[in-house]
Design a protein around this ligand. Structure first.
Ligand code: LLP
Length: 429
């Protein structure tokens, strides 16, 4: 459910016409709906209202401060994967006791930053990382809360690049090794406190079964660990719930909630979730303008001013984003490739897509772009990154300015010139 729709022929974000934003801010521009963000948070929160739970919004999906602030104000915690994300969370006013830190390659400085910030826990992904956290916590005279990210070897049936819970993936620790590591940590590492089990199996998952299969393996492990005297209080189910980009029918958080609550009944745990996409994906669009149209002998091309540097998903995963006219003036349609200006054939937003017939200067809305859109954008082809706008009812504000040319070379400088060869040496007799 989101708040982007037509009023007559004009496409609106909540109570603001996208045309107005495009006129005032320019294109390409990401537009987020605050009402959609809060609605999504509340849908999750209500799905688990009957049991102790913590929603930790996964910052990587969309890390704009205004988005983070919106969730922090709703009481959300955060899932971070870098010191940079921790910095952002703190800037957005997050309660650091509601932060979990995931990722396979946490560096020493990042672990130290997280410990000093008193986060809730680390989702540990290797035995070496466990020892590193213990050592750093000892030096800082701190106790680090830890979960092990268990790799349950469950197929989430999603795109291979975003499937993470199989043995061949780099993530987590396999169940038997995890068991041994928990017991070792409890007995031998004095500065880590095992308090949870974590499991994130992938992203854009549209069925409940893989989650429940993974949960079963997690609760089996929980029973074994408790039998060894470990005080496991949290089960972190990760993120991964899919959204509708095209015709997918992912479960509503309430259905997912029912299944998870059933699977954890009587265990006396607090449930943690790390949703990213399902919180922000359909709460954002990317508005772009047609620069040119071009007719080839085999294809029609609509060349727009947003490119793979702005929205990498179609190029990277072949993913589908619906495309709508910002002003539905024409009933005529064409089949076209919607492409950006970048010098690669992989630079497209849509292929062989039936879209409204458009001409240069018309604006288009690329839908479901709130997750992994701006956060994966780059400056490739030395293109300034897009502006970001947040709509709230009938108002909107720019929550990230469009980059300007001087931003593109910030921090760069010419290498010092090589010393000129000493005079007289060359050719001296
Ligand atoms: N927790 C962990 C440990 C994760 O690695 C991720 C996503 C999440 C939570 C949030 O998952 P979500 O609820 O958003 O599915 N760039 C890709 C998606 C990469 C997902 C990476 N990890 C895309 O555009 O589809």
């Amino acid at each position: 459910m989101h708040f982007f729709d037509y009023k007559g022929k004009n496409f609106y974000a909540e109570g603001v016409s996208v045309e107005r934003i495009v006129k005032e801010v320019g294109t390409p521009v990401y537009i987020y709906s605050k009402k959609t963000l809060t609605r999504h948070f509340q849908a999750y929160d209500q799905a688990f209202a009957a049991v102790p739970h913590l929603i930790c919004y996964s910052i990587k999906a969309n890390s704009n401060l205004a988005v983070l602030k919106t969730f922090a104000q709703e009481g959300s915690g955060f899932d971070i994967v870098s010191g940079g994300e921790l910095f952002r969370a703190k800037k957005a006013g997050a309660d650091t006791r509601k932060i979990v830190f995931s990722g396979v390659g946490k560096r020493e400085d990042e672990i130290e930053f997280a410990l000093k910030s008193n986060i809730l826990m680390f989702n540990v992904e290797s035995p070496q990382e466990m020892r590193a956290i213990d050592k750093i916590a000892k030096r800082l005279r701190k106790k680090a809360g830890v979960s092990i990210r268990v790799n349950p070897n469950v197929d989430p049936k999603t795109h291979p690049y975003i499937s993470t819970g199989l043995k061949k993936n780099k993530f987590g620790i396999e169940t038997e090794d995890a068991f041994r590591e928990y017991v070792y940590a409890k007995r031998s590492l004095k500065n880590v406190v095992p308090m949870g089990i974590d499991c994130h199996i992938g992203s854009q998952i549209t069925q409940i079964t893989p989650f429940i299969d993974a949960l079963k393996k997690t609760t089996d492990l929980l029973a074994r660990l408790r039998a060894e005297g470990l005080d496991i209080k949290y089960i972190d189910m990760g993120g991964g719930l899919g959204i509708t980009y095209d015709k997918e029918e992912p479960p509503h958080p309430s259905k997912y909630g029912e299944a998870v609550i059933r699977g954890t009944k009587g265990l006396g745990v607090t449930l943690i979730f790390e949703p990213g996409r399902s919180m922000v994906g359909n709460a954002g669009i990317l508005a772009t303008k047609v620069v040119y149209t071009k007719k080839g002998s085999e294809k029609n091309f609509v060349i727009v001013d947003a490119a793979m540097n702005d929205l990498a998903r179609p190029s990277l995963y072949g993913s589908y984003h619906a495309i709508k006219a910002v002003k539905a003036n024409s009933k005529a349609e064409i089949t076209a490739d919607v492409v950006g200006p970048i010098c690669e054939s992989g630079d497209f937003l849509a292929k062989d897509r039936l879209i409204p017939e458009v001409k240069a200067g018309d604006a288009l809305a690329v839908m479901s772009a709130g997750a992994y859109g701006f956060s994966m954008s780059s400056n490739y082809n030395t293109r300034p990154r897009a502006a970001e706008v947040m709509v709230n009812g009938k108002e909107f504000s720019v929550v990230r300015k469009r980059e300007v040319l001087s931003d593109l070379i910030r921090g760069e400088q010419a290498a010092p010139a090589r010393k000129a060869p000493k005079a007289g040496r060359k050719g001296a007799k």
